[in-house]
Design a protein around this ligand. Sequence first.
Ligand SMILES: [Zn+2]
Ligand SMILES: [Zn+2]
Length: 132
Amino acid sequence: MDLIILVLMAALIVLLLGIYFRLSSSKTSEEARIRLEELPGTGKHSPCPLCGSLLLPGERVHSVVYPGKGDRLVEIYGCPYCYPPNRAHRRYCPSCKRELEGDELVFARLFESSGKVHVHVNGCRICMRRRT
Ligand SMILES: [Zn+2]
Ligand SMILES: [Zn+2]
């Protein structure tokens, strides 16, 4: 009788472990997806690349990632503090340090290398044009 209970317990543990691993693996793929949309370096407690405001968890930098393979173009608009543009939180181009006017945005390049997502900020429309 005791043996049957032991076997049942073991089967239950195996089943629970299976569910646990399935849940945790789906969680990591979900996290990877979110990170792609959120832009690395703009996650927990990291400053906004444009205005430097420290962002709380859940506060996102508004950005648009264009779909595609390999290098992808990213447009960075700003965080909840500096976008829509306002006078309290001025936005600066991270590349040329020029103050952004109106609803100007900053362009970046998103690429994956060794399993991690990297974002390279190219700059605003002025300094992008100057470099090319
Ligand atoms: Zn900002
Ligand atoms: Zn610039």
